[in-house]
Design a protein around this ligand. Structure first.
Ligand code: 1HN
Length: 374
């Protein structure tokens, strides 16, 4: 397969292949003292034949994490911790606190009556609600009420704060951010709102009232910012759209019924650096394997099944989270013969696409599925 050919290519002309001699080693030392180096000593490392992710595929079981997330409420106040979050730490990305590639993910818990102070940062963020009632987010004065499987944006540069109504129940949601990317680009700023809390300047849920109508936009709906004005995407209409689309299409051999959350003003991704989608795997469906550039975090919104990532099987159920490193082979299977399964994902595809770095490839075996090693 591809690897044998690639290994062969590494031995042939055109790749650096210089043996160390005492004279060369002394020369490298001299260059190092001048903060310089000979390219042929690093060329093969910095020019891989194809992406080599340092992230590993990981599945985080909600059942394992949930009690630890809830326990943080007794151990630290939301006020002292700034925010009570247990973050997901990919073993290959500990140095940058990423869950995969340049994406961060964490589970945040808030009790009824708690509010976090309003702040803004250059990193773009989203929340996907996992459990509880009464959660809300305020973004630039727009308050949005949130229920399970709702998805909300807090884009780059917006003032945002979260809370849970005092008549609600303890809430847990996933926070997804591009903070490792923005830090790698050395472009992150952070500010606390001068009043600590924002005034709500619009009717509650005005963003869905204004922008949340398929095929329609307000005649006076000008929008020029780089992110979606529809800051909240509710689970009900999302699931209904997937079911309706599934009735009229065979879907993708690789992804089943896949729909992207979009900016209704442009049809493009929800934010400039983070894209998101929901995919439905029909009862009994097992997709073919493919791989592409871009890093993905999946959260199981509904059902149970498994994914095979680079030959390893990961069994998942509702609210589990798993990650897909760039250029890793992957395929998904719904374990049920009667119920559908839904996977929410967020990813860095807008970055890949806008920089011209998107590539994809189908798995070459006859049935398009990977042999499973573990
Ligand atoms: C952040 O602003 C939130 O707004 C959550 O609740 C998690 C992780 C890193 C940096 C900023 C929030 C975050 C974060």
């Amino acid at each position: 397969m591809a690897n044998a050919r690639e290994n062969h290519r590494e031995d042939v002309a055109g790749r650096a292949n210089v043996e160390d001699t005492p004279e060369l080693l002394a020369y490298y030392d001299q260059l190092e003292r001048l903060e310089a180096g000979a390219l042929w000593t690093v060329a093969n490392k910095i020019e891989p034949w194809q992406p080599k992710s340092s992230s590993v595929p990981v599945l985080w079981r909600y059942q394992d994490l949930r009690e630890h997330v809830l326990r943080s409420v007794d151990l630290v106040t939301a006020e002292k911790a700034g925010r009570r979050v247990i973050y997901l730490n990919n073993p290959g990305r500990r140095d940058v606190a990423a869950a995969v590639g340049w994406l961060y993910s964490g589970l945040q818990v808030m009790h009824p009556g708690e509010v976090a102070s309003a702040h803004a940062h250059s990193a773009s963020a989203l929340r996907f609600i996992m459990e509880g009632s009464g959660a809300y987010t305020i973004v630039d004065g727009h308050k949005m009420t949130l229920g399970a499987n709702d998805f909300v944006l807090t884009p780059n540069g917006t003032w945002h704060e979260h809370g849970v109504a005092s008549d609600g129940t303890p809430c847990i949601w996933q926070d997804g951010l591009d903070i490792p990317l923005v830090n790698a680009l050395e472009a992150n700023f952070y500010a606390v709102h001068p009043d600590l809390q924002q005034a709500v300047g619009h009717p509650v849920d005005d963003v869905t009232g204004t922008w949340g109508h398929p095929g329609l936009r307000p005649a006076a709906g000008d929008w020029a910012k780089g992110y979606s004005p529809l800051l909240k995407y509710e689970w009900g209409p999302t699931y209904e759209a997937l079911q309706r689309y599934g009735k009229v299409t065979d879907g993708s051999a690789f992804d089943g019924i896949l729909m992207n959350y979009v900016n209704p003003a442009t049809g493009g991704p929800v934010m400039q650096t983070i894209g998101a989608s929901m995919q439905l795997l029909r009862a009994g469906e097992h997709t073919k394997a493919h791989r592409h550039t871009g890093s993905f975090i999946y959260q199981v919104a509904k059902g149970r099944g498994h994914s095979i990532i680079n030959g390893k099987r990961f069994d998942w159920r509702e609210r589990d989270i798993f990650c897909l490193p760039a250029w890793a082979w992957h395929e998904h299977a719904n374990a049920s013969d009667s119920e559908d399964a839904c996977l929410f994902t967020f990813n860095d595809l807008p970055v890949m696409r806008s920089l011209g770095l998107y590539r994809e490839e189908a798995f070459g075996e006859a049935d398009g599925q990977q042999p499973v090693s573990a």
